[in-house]
Design a protein around this ligand. Structure first.
Ligand SMILES: NC(=O)C1=CN([C@@H]2O[C@H](COP(=O)(O)OP(=O)(O)OC[C@H]3O[C@@H](n4cnc5c(N)ncnc54)[C@H](O)[C@@H]3O)[C@@H](O)[C@H]2O)C=CC1
Ligand SMILES: CC(C)CC(=O)C(=O)O
Ligand SMILES: [Mg+2]
Length: 372
């Protein structure tokens, strides 16, 4: 691929969002330098920072900036001052939900991989998780997060869960196609024994299955799935599920990878946004302990979306090098931790110049913590 120009909107957000985003941008800049691309970054506010600045969690300018970009990179949003105040009239999360809806990002794709080198760190048994490679398709613009909500009176409240057949079909087609290109297995996770919306999901997926004869379709209730994901994750290939179930089971699945700070995602549909699956981890903000790899791997998914597969492969190589050389933040390397910034620099350095000579020089430098 020759030189390519891309406009990337960056919504760093709150808490650790800005720190992890900075590392992903650094890695993307290294990609641009190495491959001669022209990446233009434009930063916009969303979440608590946007409420503080404008009163609106998703200012018009932010939405317009995202619409005109080729892709969006998101850190995370959310702040304890809203989490601890149930009566807050406006919330950071409303900005993210509205952005997903406005951009038509109906599918959130969350890959879950068990890294061999991290197996000793996992609280799960290595033989159970080694080789795990699942792809979660989480519906992202429907369901209970988007239904009508309110309080009937002071003592009761409601959140409606609604799905339509077209909403299910469009993401189901993506999940089926992904399964065709992988291990030909699709598991629908639902609660069809209780929920009417889940029964619609089953009906629609059963109806589409005939169009994908090579794909074996399996159905699991979400409570059972939550247990199976930890007990025997290797049974899964593609998981398809609704918004809230996908939100929950993917955080759970991050234990297989080793940290919530490792799981990236792509939110696609009418636009493309790339975001780590974790939140703003406010306890860690400004401490340099947040793992930037989830956001860096989200940037790799962005490169793949651009068709830049060699570029993405190099970023993934850089991440693997960091994992193998124990250049890791404290949740994965408590004895000799590296900072958010150092992990990002290490990966960016690998991308910029992975030649042996440079590499050794860099190892020495980072070993003595001179590179920040
Ligand atoms: N996409 C988004 O912007 C999301 C925003 N949120 C918001 O984030 C705020 C905090 O929510 P929490 O429930 O605490 O979830 P969280 O995902 O921010 O953190 C949960 C735990 O995961 C670990 N963790 C998360 N990110 C990590 C990283 N990069 N490196 C290492 N460890 C990491 C930490 O142990 C942390 O205590 C809330 O305001 C919530 O609404 C939550 C999830 C997603
Ligand atoms: C606002 C929430 C739905 C964010 C979240 O937990 C997620 O998207 O994973
Ligand atoms: Mg979540």
């Amino acid at each position: 691929m020759g030189m390519v120009s891309k406009k990337i909107a960056v919504l760093a957000g709150d808490g650790i969002g800005p720190e992890v985003c900075r590392q992903a941008v650094k890695v993307l800049e290294a990609v641009a330098e190495r491959f001669g691309h022209d990446f233009r970054f434009a930063a916009y506010q969303m979440g608590a920072c946007a409420i503080d600045a404008t009163g609106n969690p998703l200012p018009d300018e932010t939405l317009a900036g995202c619409r005109e970009a080729d892709a969006v990179l998101l850190g995370a949003i959310g702040d304890p001052k809203y989490d601890n105040n149930p009566a807050a009239p406006v919330r950071p999360e409303q900005g993210l939900l509205r952005l997903r809806k406005e951009l038509g990002l109906f599918a959130n794709i969350r890959p879950v991989t068990a890294y061999d080198v991290l197996l000793p760190h996992s609280p799960l048994k290595a033989e159970r998780i080694q080789g795990t490679d699942m792809l979660i398709f989480r519906e992202l613009t429907g369901g209970i997060y988007f239904g009508e909500k309110g309080r009937r009176d002071a003592d009761s409240a409601y959140d409606n869960c609604t799905y339509s057949k077209p909403e299910i079909e469009r993401i189901a087609h993506l999940a089926f196609r992904a399964a065709e290109g992988r291990h030909q297995k699709l598991t629908l996770v639902d609660k069809a024994n209780v929920l009417e919306t889940s029964r619609l999901w089953r009906e629609v997926v059963q109806g589409l299955a005939a169009q994908y004869p090579t794909v074996a379709v399996d159905y699991l209730f979400v409570d059972n799935a939550a247990m199976q994901i930890i007990l025997n994750p290797k049974q899964f290939d593609v998981i398809l599920t609704e918004n809230m179930f996908g939100d929950i089971i993917s955080d759970e699945a991050s234990v297989i990878a080793g940290s919530l700070g490792l799981l990236p995602s792509a939110s696609i549909g009418e636009a493309a946004l790339f975001e780590p699956i974790h939140g703003s981890y406010p306890q860690a903000a400004g401490k340099g302990i947040a793992n930037p790899i989830a956001t860096i791997l989200s940037a790799a998914m962005m490169l793949e979306h651009f068709g830049m597969n060699d570029e993405a492969a190099l970023v993934r190589e850089g991440v693997d090098e960091a994992l193998h050389n124990n250049i890791l933040t404290p949740e994965l390397n408590p004895k000799a931790p590296y900072t958010t910034e150092q992990v990002g620099s290490y990966i960016a350095f690998w991308v910029r110049d992975s030649s042996e000579q440079q590499w050794n020089a860099h190892n020495v430098a980072i070993g003595s913590s001179t590179i920040i």
